[in-house]
Design a protein around this ligand. Structure first.
Ligand SMILES: Cc1cc2nc3c(=O)[nH]c(=O)nc-3n(C[C@H](O)[C@H](O)[C@H](O)COP(=O)(O)OP(=O)(O)OC[C@H]3O[C@@H](n4cnc5c(N)ncnc54)[C@H](O)[C@@H]3O)c2cc1C
Length: 397
């Protein structure tokens, strides 16, 4: 939608094919229906892709400021949370979809819903696009094509990845699509008492003793493993290593360490119960579990515990270990990694380096951003740049 809008704003005549009956089905469920649209910290270093310099150039051409201006233009004022996550003032993804749909209409974009693109190929000095719709099979001819058909996450919302084999046939590298921003499957046997508890933590992913990645944020313990931004942000590293022996290490004191140290030193020689001390940082059910796990009597006071036990307790809270069993599938993840490596398209026009006149953007490209609005920022940035270049008929060659 951003690509079509920007191309139309350049004066181009634009046709938008959408297989669904309505626009923005995925956009409408983002941010649990609130649409976490971008992030103050959306810089190149936040993204996993083959070339950080490429991402830097893309965001320098169309970054957070340009997106906020575009959103303001089409009537979507936004504001950041205290930690920099942007949402529309309406707190409603539906209003974002409505604003885009209306802007597309006002810009004269010819939107064809229930049209599934089945094939596209170079044809003369332009492109042929084959679609299937209730009207039957149609072939159209266009000067340029922008492919913004997403990846494979949440296929029920429209993106199923069926156009990747065409890109491959036309000469692009297509890395296997795999889940990203997915819930993590882990052995939960010893952690049953924590099920349903949500808290903020640091998370590190280890293969043997070597650390592969680390994140911090909110998470929840479930029957089958762990969910929430802190672990979802590690999931693309897990899906990249099927069968590897991976461990997830949680630091439950990541956000509390200074307060924990200070309270402990003030109360260490007092009759304050361990339960009350731990209750300053964790919910009661988690406190019960930690006390039992350390083999301490229920009413034990801090002054009656020896240093060894207290150090072991702190160590446990800093390094709760889980054996990783994999990640949930495409139906449950917010993103898919893999697709076309960024080096095969220009970072400013998103035009293919292999196929002139074809622009690739969004989840078609092998880019993973963390939770927090980074992936919509990338989709809007790359889509907008593709639209601007295609609309002007510009190549960056
Ligand atoms: C549940 C959920 C929550 C999310 N929340 C957030 C969030 O809060 N913040 C954030 O930054 N990111 C979030 N994301 C990720 C974000 O939605 C994606 O990164 C983004 O939508 C990718 O944009 P895209 O345009 O590349 O693909 P998509 O949004 O998937 O759009 C592709 C469009 O192409 C259509 N299409 C696909 N194939 C064809 C075809 N053959 N013919 C015609 N049309 C076709 C699809 O129907 C779809 O409408 C979330 C994702 C999910 C699943």
């Amino acid at each position: 939608m951003a690509a079509a809008l920007q191309a139309a704003w350049q004066g181009a005549s634009v046709v938008l094919f959408e297989r669904n009956q309505a626009p923005g089905k995925k956009l409408q469920v983002t941010g649990s229906g609130r649409c976490n649209i971008t992030n103050q910290a959306a810089g190149a270093e936040k993204y996993t892709c083959a070339d950080a310099q490429w991402m830097h150039k893309l965001l320098a051409s169309f970054g957070v400021g340009e997106l906020l201006a575009m959103l303001a233009d089409i009537g979507i004022p936004v504001s950041p949370t205290h930690d920099g996550w942007y949402y529309p003032l309406s707190d409603s993804a539906r209003t974002v979809v409505d604003a885009f749909a209306s802007a597309l209409q006002l810009a004269g974009v010819d939107i064809r819903f229930a049209h599934q693109v089945q094939d596209f190929f170079p044809d003369g000095n332009g492109w042929a696009v084959i679609t299937a719709s209730p009207l039957g099979r149609q072939e159209g001819h266009y000067a340029r094509v922008i492919l913004a058909a997403g990846g494979k996450s949440f296929p029920s919302l429209g993106s199923r990845g069926e156009l990747f084999p065409i890109l491959s046939r036309l000469g692009h590298t297509v890395l296997p699509k795999r889940p990203a921003l997915a819930p993590v499957l882990a052995d939960m046997k010893e952690y049953k008492p924590l099920l349903g508890i949500r808290l903020d933590a640091g998370a590190a992913l280890l293969e043997g003793t070597s650390e592969l990645a680390r994140t911090r944020g909110n998470l929840i313990f479930t029957e089958w493993g762990l969910n929430g931004p802190a672990v979802m942000d590690l999931s693309h590293c897990i899906s990249a290593r099927p069968g590897a022996a991976l461990t997830l290490k949680l630091n439950l004191l990541e956000f509390h360490q200074p307060a924990y140290d200070s309270l402990l030193s003030r109360k260490r020689q007092t009759a304050t119960p361990l339960r009350v001390f731990l209750g300053a940082f964790f919910p009661p059910r988690a406190v019960d579990y930690f006390i039992q796990r350390m083999g301490q009597p229920d009413g034990v006071a801090l002054q009656n515990m020896d240093d060894g036990i207290l150090n072991a307790l702190t160590g446990m809270l800093q390094a709760l270990k889980f054996t990783v069993r994999g990640v949930k599938g495409f139906e449950f993840c917010q993103l898919s990694a893999g697709g076309v490596p960024v080096g095969e398209v220009d970072p400013v026009t998103l035009e293919s380096n292999i196929l002139p006149g074809l622009h690739l953007c969004g989840e078609t490209l092998d880019v993973v951003g963390p939770c927090g609005g980074f992936n919509l920022q990338f989709a809007f940035s790359s889509g907008s740049l593709a639209g601007i270049a295609a609309g002007r008929g510009e190549s960056n060659r």
